[in-house]
Design a protein around this ligand. Structure first.
Ligand SMILES: Cc1cc2nc3c(=O)[nH]c(=O)nc-3n(C[C@H](O)[C@H](O)[C@H](O)COP(=O)(O)OP(=O)(O)OC[C@H]3O[C@@H](n4cnc5c(N)ncnc54)[C@H](O)[C@@H]3O)c2cc1C
Length: 391
């Protein structure tokens, strides 16, 4: 066993000279990371800073970040996805990074984009391919490049390009795996992994942003709660999606007003959240105006200036918001989802660690969060680094 210790440049030299497998070319391993959300960016950054230089990230969208995304709305930028750091603990790497880079006092929209920028600094721009959706991952193969090199994995992009790799880290959402899982992988995934993908939960939570010219709330109000005294949405057996507005129990006032203007944000989950994506903004605006007029008894309440509804369910590169352990699943299924391919079998000569899995849904304790996603990316990068450093 060879333990590599020393500087990054020494380690790079060792890795380039590695000749451990008959399928592996005499060069450093080539790693492709699929998806430039915080998990993928974290994985690529760790690989690059730890000495694996041949790393490429392939991202379907026109920008990195995935479910960390801001949009212009009103006077400023609002968060479409992640907004809060869950858990102010030094064990939370997102909190720790935000602290190190002096971002804890930043407004929400500046916190996560800035944090992502800090992580992206470890990745040279040419290593990030944007607007490159992939449509298939072919693994357990023997794909020849133009030269003498042979690779076990071939990534087929929607534009027809083929990218070869020794290892890929798949960090696309569980929603995308559910929608495309079978056709996405060739050969198809082992039954246990497919079953984990289908059984684990992936739900939708959307945000509804409302902008007013003049606020109808006073300056001390932070939260506006809507309490339905005669019924509770949870007592309704069959959901009536057209009454989606009963499922937005609370609106928060976005502060500071000088930066955002007079903006409220409400959240909506489940089937109603999916349904609201099909409505045009005008319909959402007039329903919210009606609701506030009804609850306050003030028919003179102002009309909205603008409205913005996130669409995480219809986004083809997320297909929902985040994962959960549904009643049909167990925590062990998260580990099955995270298990690399091919699975170790006695006597198998296939190169190991061809397809690795990262992303929030693969973290057993912190799934559904940004720190779970980041930790999962680091976990898979470390798996590869350890694989080579113990050869
Ligand atoms: C509305 C909402 C609110 C949230 N609030 C919080 C919060 O307050 N705090 C918190 O910690 N977390 C929050 N989260 C969760 C957090 O945003 C996610 O857990 C985290 O960002 C997921 O990161 P990821 O890298 O695993 O996945 P993603 O960010 O989804 O990254 C996956 C990437 O893969 C790309 N991709 C998908 N398909 C393909 C393809 N075929 N080819 C190439 N690329 C592809 C996607 O475009 C995406 O960039 C929230 C999420 C949502 C949606």
């Amino acid at each position: 066993m060879l333990i590599l210790k020393g500087t990054i440049s020494q380690m790079q030299i060792q890795l380039r000279g590695w000749t451990g497998s008959k399928n592996m070319p005499k060069k450093g391993p080539k790693v492709v990371v699929i998806g430039a959300g915080i998990a993928g960016v974290g994985a690529a950054g760790k690989l690059l800073t730890q000495g694996l230089t041949d790393v490429q990230i392939i991202e379907a969208s026109s920008q990195p970040g995935g479910r960390i995304r801001g949009s212009l709305f009103g006077k400023s930028t609002i968060d479409e996805g992640a907004q809060y750091i869950h858990g102010a603990s030094t064990k939370n790497p997102v909190y720790q990074l935000a602290k190190e880079h002096d971002l804890l006092q930043e407004t929400h929209d500046r916190l996560f984009p800035n944090l992502l920028q800090k992580l992206l600094e470890a990745i040279p721009r040419e290593k990030l391919l944007l607007k490159k959706p992939i449509k298939q991952i072919q693994w357990n193969g023997s794909f020849e490049s133009g030269g003498s090199s042979v690779y076990s994995v071939r990534v087929v992009c929607e534009d027809g390009d083929h990218i070869l790799a020794d290892h890929i880290i798949v960090s696309i959402s569980l929603g995308c795996l559910k929608a495309n899982g079978q056709a996405f992988f060739q050969p198809r995934l082992p039954e246990q992994k497919l079953s984990a993908i289908q059984s684990l939960g992936f739900g939708t939570m959307n945000k509804i942003y409302l902008e007013y010219e003049t606020p109808f709330w006073d300056e001390n109000t932070d939260v506006i709660g809507l309490v339905w005294e005669d019924e509770t949405p949870f007592s309704v057996q069959k959901p009536n999606l057209t009454e989606w507005w009963k499922h937005v129990p609370v609106f928060y006032v976005i502060r500071p007003t000088e930066r955002y203007g007079h903006v409220l944000v409400g959240t909506i989950s489940g089937k109603e959240a999916e349904f609201v994506e099909s409505l045009n903004p005008q319909e959402v605006a007039s329903r919210c105006t009606y609701l506030f007029r009804q609850f306050t008894g003030r028919s003179s309440l102002p009309e909205l200036k603008s409205v913005y509804v996130t669409k995480w369910f219809s986004n083809p590169y997320t297909r929902g918001s985040y994962s959960h352990i549904s009643i049909t699943s167990t925590g062990a299924m998260i580990d099955q989802l995270a298990e690399p391919l091919p699975q170790a079998t006695e006597g198998s000569s296939s190169p190991m660690l061809q397809v690795l899995f990262a992303g929030e849904a693969t973290h057993r304790s912190y799934h559904s969060t940004t720190h779970g996603a980041l930790l999962s990316g680091w976990r898979e990068a470390t798996r590869l680094i350890d694989h080579y450093s113990t050869k």
